[in-house]
Design a protein around this ligand. Structure first.
Ligand code: FE
Length: 354
């Protein structure tokens, strides 16, 4: 069973002071009552990932195992909800994007470590927590979108080069404080240290065609409109723009270029999963986690959102494959999560968005 609204988990919560607090805090414990939701043969998922992305996978899992998957699709407040529910949370598994969100779950103490040969064999070490508190599922590269008309294919080389005066007045980007950019800047710190990164951020700021604004797609639109020549963006937006009649012309005005760090590869972030600390259906949750890194699930999961499977050797969708090949940077994402607060401080120090 899969449902889009918040699931009726309330009956499993004993009336404690914490529940009273939860009721006082918000409506999520006041959902209608359905018994046995967290019973045997089920697994409960809190998902920031959209229904169309995960539904086909959960259906396939249920077909294979007979285990029902109950999903609460959330837009926000996932961490707060897990925190409020504490050890009585009905959630077994969390699906989300971005290393920052995964690490925030770990830091809040709402996850538990999972050890599994199947998971460790499927997910490369830099795409999982060393202690097994989160595992990557798909990756996305943060790349340069370059004007086909005004930028030559080999003009874009490294991330470091984005601060070069040759790009003066030619770069568009979303806010420096956005998690996608903070992760990239944290990777720069990991490669070169904070002083270099601060100077690099000042260099990029000096190269901006306009103040940081809008989302990744808005930058591609600005290239299409002639406002700038290159922008920073996540790879999957190319697929989304191509699939959208209104945005398709923006996508067709640019090509994806994969920059690399001077002594590394292309910056990637991920979507991933974590088992909750409470996990009332731990066995089933583990089975679902292992299913999600299976070759077939990996292929589907990556294809639907134009992402890269985290499991090596799984074929890319033709749309994604057409963007070309790259080598992912090898800085562990756990290190990037660790450096993120420093990246934020530097963004504020250089007034990147000002
Ligand atoms: Fe996104």
């Amino acid at each position: 069973m899969i449902f889009d609204r918040l699931p009726p988990f309330a009956p499993f919560l004993r009336p404690t002071r914490r529940q009273a607090l939860g009721l006082a805090l918000g409506a999520f414990l006041a959902a209608p009552i359905t018994p046995a939701l967290a019973g045997k043969g089920e697994v409960n998922v809190y998902s920031y990932r959209q229904p169309e992305l995960v539904r086909p996978l959960f259906d396939a899992f249920t077909k294979e195992t007979g285990i029902k998957v109950n999903v609460a699709f959330l837009k926000k407040g996932l961490l707060e909800r897990l925190r409020a529910e504490g050890d009585r949370s009905p959630a077994d598994l969390v699906l989300t994007t971005d290393i920052a969100r995964l690490q925030a779950l770990v830091d809040a103490g709402v996850t538990q470590p999972v050890r599994s040969e199947a998971l460790e064999a499927a997910v490369p070490a830099n795409f999982r927590d060393p202690e097994g508190r989160w595992y990557g599922l798909t990756t996305r590269a943060r790349v340069v979108y370059a004007s086909k008309e005004r930028v030559k294919a080999d003009d874009v080389t490294t991330y470091e080069d984005l601060a070069s005066p040759k790009w003066r007045g030619r770069i568009c980007t979303r806010a420096g404080t956005h998690p996608y950019n903070l992760a990239l800047f944290a990777a720069m710190i990991a490669h070169h240290g904070p002083e270099y990164t601060e100077a690099w951020l000042r260099g990029i700021k000096a190269n901006l065609a306009r103040r940081p604004q809008g989302n990744d797609r808005a930058q591609v639109k600005a290239i299409w409109a002639g406002e700038c020549d290159i922008s920073l963006g996540n790879t999957y937006y190319m697929g989304k723009m191509l699939a959208n009649p209104k945005q398709r012309p923006w996508a067709e005005a640019v090509r994806i270029v994969f920059p690399a760090f001077e002594k590394g590869g292309t910056h990637v972030n991920l979507s991933g999963m974590a088992m909750t600390r409470a996990a009332p259906n731990r066995e089933n949750a583990l089975r679902l986690m292992e299913f999600l890194v299976s070759p077939e699930a990996q292929r589907i999961y990556a294809e639907v959102n134009y992402e890269y499977p985290v499991r090596p050797g799984v074929p890319l969708s033709p749309v994604v494959a057409a963007w070309g090949r790259f080598t992912a940077d090898d800085i562990p994402l756990s290190e990037i999560a660790r450096l993120r607060p420093l990246a934020l401080r530097l963004v504020e120090k250089v007034d990147f968005d000002g």
